[in-house]
Design a protein around this ligand. Structure first.
Ligand code: SF4
Length: 347
């Protein structure tokens, strides 16, 4: 191994290939916890999906919950702003204008795909997610719903502009910037936590000899629950920075930026006890998943018992996989679908 600017092991070259299966992330672990069948619909190998899942299930996999739309658009635009600066040395002047165009793209793309989906076509890999409330007919967004999403986006982008973060990032030099590319251009970053392949889809990072700082943009409500979730997510990314960039705890920081709440931000120290707890959690889930996946490889019908449907019909009521037999129980039990979701990130 060579020596890096830190004097530690040399950095590995990015990009990698895709992570071997099974793999984990905070999102996929939460999915398994909510419903093992939902996990399998999302994370089964592509060959298995092609042979054993209906076209509707495969298309529904690409659906984004309405409540995550504002966050995704803000992520897209800030990423474009930072990438644009890297490429052309100037910032996007009208961030909100760019965001409105992007929002329209999600709407038009989803509406246009509906007839194609009915003809049984697979949704092309790497295209922007389809949006559930544009895709399904039962609860199309009202003008008020649309105005609320736009208001979150506008406020978040105003706070980003006012935050001074562009200058703060520039002070470390653009060579230290780490920005991921869309998945059609680059696999999602991943690393090994012990023996477990773990995805770390970070938004933005600085990796310099002085500091490593991993940033996550947040547009949702800031409260105890969301702060804990953000911290867990960022600790996974911190694990990635340690494994892939040789970051050390004394120089490693994480930073959720709560764009809905103002333009203040503050880097936070990484907590080794959270890293350890994650390592244990992922190792346990992995040890449980590997034999299940192997058994389903040998006998696809074993999916029924090894990745069972949840009994929690509230989880089904908000599930995007409406072609799942479990979803029909929602109507029978007269549970009102809300299409609500507290997920902000989609990997
Ligand atoms: S509809 Fe229910 S059982 Fe089916 S995948 Fe979704 S949460 Fe699981």
């Amino acid at each position: 191994m060579g020596a890096s600017a830190r004097g530690g092991p040399s950095k590995k070259v990015w990009p990698h290939t895709w992570a071997p299966r099974p793999n984990l992330s905070m999102t996929s672990d939460n999915e398994f916890h909510a419903c093992p069948r939902r996990y399998w619909f999302s994370y089964a190998p592509s060959e298995f999906k092609k042979q054993h899942f209906s076209n509707e299930i495969r298309v529904q996999y690409s659906l984004l919950p309405w409540n995550a739309l504002a966050g995704i658009v803000v992520d897209d635009i800030i990423r474009a702003d930072l990438r644009g600066y890297l490429a052309q040395r100037h910032w996007i002047e009208d961030l909100y204008g760019a965001a409105k165009d992007r929002l329209a793209e999600y709407r038009v793309n989803t509406r246009n795909w509906r007839p194609e989906a009915r003809e049984g076509k697979d949704y092309p890999f790497g295209r922007p997610n389809l949006v559930d409330r544009f895709y399904y007919d039962d609860k199309p967004p009202t003008k008020e719903d649309g105005a609320k999403v736009k208001e979150i986006i506008e406020r978040s982008l105003e706070n980003y502009t006012a935050s001074g973060l562009r200058d703060y990032f520039l002070a470390y030099g653009t060579d230290a910037w780490r920005i991921t590319l869309p998945i059609k251009d680059q696999p999602v970053p991943w690393f090994r936590m012990g023996e477990v392949p773990v995805y770390a889809s970070y938004d933005f990072a600085i990796d310099s000899p002085e500091i490593t700082l991993v940033v996550d943009w947040k547009t949702g409500q800031q409260n105890q629950w969301s702060e804990r979730k953000a911290s867990e997510q960022l600790h996974t990314y911190a694990g990635f920075a340690m494994a892939e960039w040789g970051a050390t705890l004394d120089k490693l920081w994480i930073m959720p930026v709560w764009l809905g709440a103002g333009s203040q931000w503050e880097p936070i120290r990484v907590d080794p006890s959270i890293l350890e707890a994650q390592k244990r959690r992922f190792a346990e889930r992995f040890a449980d998943l590997v034999p299940r996946c192997r058994a389903v490889d040998r006998d696809p019908m074993a999916m029924e018992t090894l990745f069972p449907m949840t009994d929690n019909l509230k989880a089904c009521a908000d599930c995007k996989f409406r072609a799942c037999p479990g979803y029909s129980r929602v109507a029978a039990a007269a549970i009102e679908p809300t299409l609500a979701s507290d997920r902000e990130e989609v990997e």
